[in-house]
Design a binder for this molecule. Structure first.
Ligand code: GLV
Ligand code: MN
Ligand code: MN
Length: 414
């Protein structure tokens, strides 16, 4: 690797570890982080981030939906800004690197630019988008959607598991839900968006590479399905007289596995609630989430249709009522060919081995793809594990990814 202006990898690592200490699920570190969007843990992480940006000498701004921006001014105020970042909210019992690396890596890259006294024409803004994960309110990409002007007002009535609405959560964070449209920025204001993220898969590890260049990102559809049967006595109701919602769900779940496998996509049911929930009561109601993804939009639509057909068939045969709510529907996206080429050039100049790679997980980049030129740098994940406390990326790999990010931002902002 040929580097003339190295980022400070130990400083980057220290910030990853510091942020990784905020929102621990329990006193046992092995249980990971639970920093759901706008929770008190997330608010503490936001405060940490703002302080870090200020220490780095960035001009900090928080928009009405809670996106945090840290700005390094370029010489030409009217030139479109180069944006780079990710998110700092996590899933339940998540890891230290998902999202965090993209935000903290961008801060480190910009700090290095500042310290090296590199003159830029374009302003660079580091961004931490609000609620990428969607874990708390069942949707996600809220901050990037608001910035791109595609956030739907109906999200404010969504409730978390404790009955707190999105509106209340935003207010509690000291933000103003009524002003969310002010978070929208004109497309002309932004030149490009670069997101560095851990791979969350095993491809880079298999190829013994620190970084990859993303070409396409799978688009997720999230459904919330409710099946209503009849709660009844587990001992006194003969099998043929039951309307057991859990059995209907079990059939559908196995069909989802077959559908995802057949279409070479992915399908997951990660959240299930059975009611009334008694050992001796036939389940009268179940609700469950469905997450379906594919890089090809048409094939994903076919997968969704097959799941709908399955729900129809199974609930008719079992005399169950099915209700389906679409909670998220984001198209798959391709990265800008220009940025892919730029990232290839940067890696080649630095003599960093890399390869093009498809992305399985969802990112704010999916939203940014319809808004500006978007590109993603992937960094090797240990054993491909993510959304899990064991999520890990080595310091050296974080440093290589951040060096690539630094060089790319300099080229874009020159
Ligand atoms: C977020 O990490 C997602 O892919 O759901
Ligand atoms: Mn992420
Ligand atoms: Mn994630």
């Amino acid at each position: 690797m040929i580097i003339t202006c190295p980022i400070n990898k130990q400083r980057l690592w220290n910030t990853l570890m510091e942020l990784g200490n905020i929102g621990l699920t329990s006193s046992n570190k092995a249980e990971g982080l639970t920093r759901l969007s706008l929770s008190k843990e997330d608010l503490a992480a936001r405060s940490y981030l703002i302080k870090l940006m200020e220490e780095a000498g960035l001009e900090v701004r928080v928009d009405p939906i809670g996106n945090i921006f840290g700005k390094l001014n370029g010489s030409k105020k009217t030139a479109p800004v180069v944006l780079s970042g990710s998110h700092i909210d996590t899933v339940h019992q998540g890891g230290m690197f998902d999202g965090a690396l993209g935000v903290l890596g961008a801060i480190e890259a910009v700090r290095t630019i500042k310290e090296a006294g590199i003159n830029l024409t374009h302003t660079i803004e580091v961004v931490s988008f609000t609620d990428e994960e969607g874990t708390r309110f069942g949707t996600g990409y809220i901050g990037s959607k608001a910035m791109a002007g595609v956030l739907e007002e109906k999200i404010f009535t969504l409730e978390d598991d404790d009955g707190i609405t999105y509106r209340e959560a935003i207010l509690n964070a000291g933000l103003d839900p009524l002003s969310y449209k002010e978070a929208t920025r004109k497309k002309e204001e932004v030149k490009a968006y670069i997101e560095m993220h851990i791979e969350q898969g095993k491809v880079l590890e298999e190829h013994n590479m620190s970084v990859g260049i993303v070409t396409d990102i799978q688009g997720p559809i999230w459904l919330e399905v409710t099946l209503i049967g009849n709660p009844d006595h587990a001992g006194a109701t003969p099998m043929h007289m039951r309307k057991d919602a859990a059995l209907a769900m079990a059939e559908v779940l196995l069909e989802i596995e077959t559908i995802a496998t057949t279409y070479k996509g992915v399908g997951t049911v990660g959240k299930i609630k059975v009611e009334p929930g008694g050992v001796n009561i036939i389940p009268g109601k179940v609700s469950f989430s469905v997450d379906l993804r594919h890089v090809n939009k048409e094939l994903r639509t076919e997968m969704v249709n097959k799941v709908f057909e399955s729900l129809d068939r199974v609930s008719n045969r079992r005399r169950i009522h099915a209700h389906i709510d679409v909670k998220k529907d984001v198209d798959p996206a391709s990265c800008s060919k220009e940025i892919v080429q730029l990232l290839e050039e940067v890696c080649s100049e630095l003599s960093i081995p890399t390869k093009k790679i498809q992305c399985g997980a969802g990112h704010d980049s999916l939203i940014m793809a319809n808004y500006t030129k978007m590109g993603m740098i992937f960094v090797r994940s240990k054993d491909g594990i993510s959304h899990n406390p064991k999520e890990w990326t080595d310091l050296e790999d974080c440093a290589v990814g951040t060096q690539v990010l630094f060089e790319t931002l300099v080229k874009l902002a020159k």
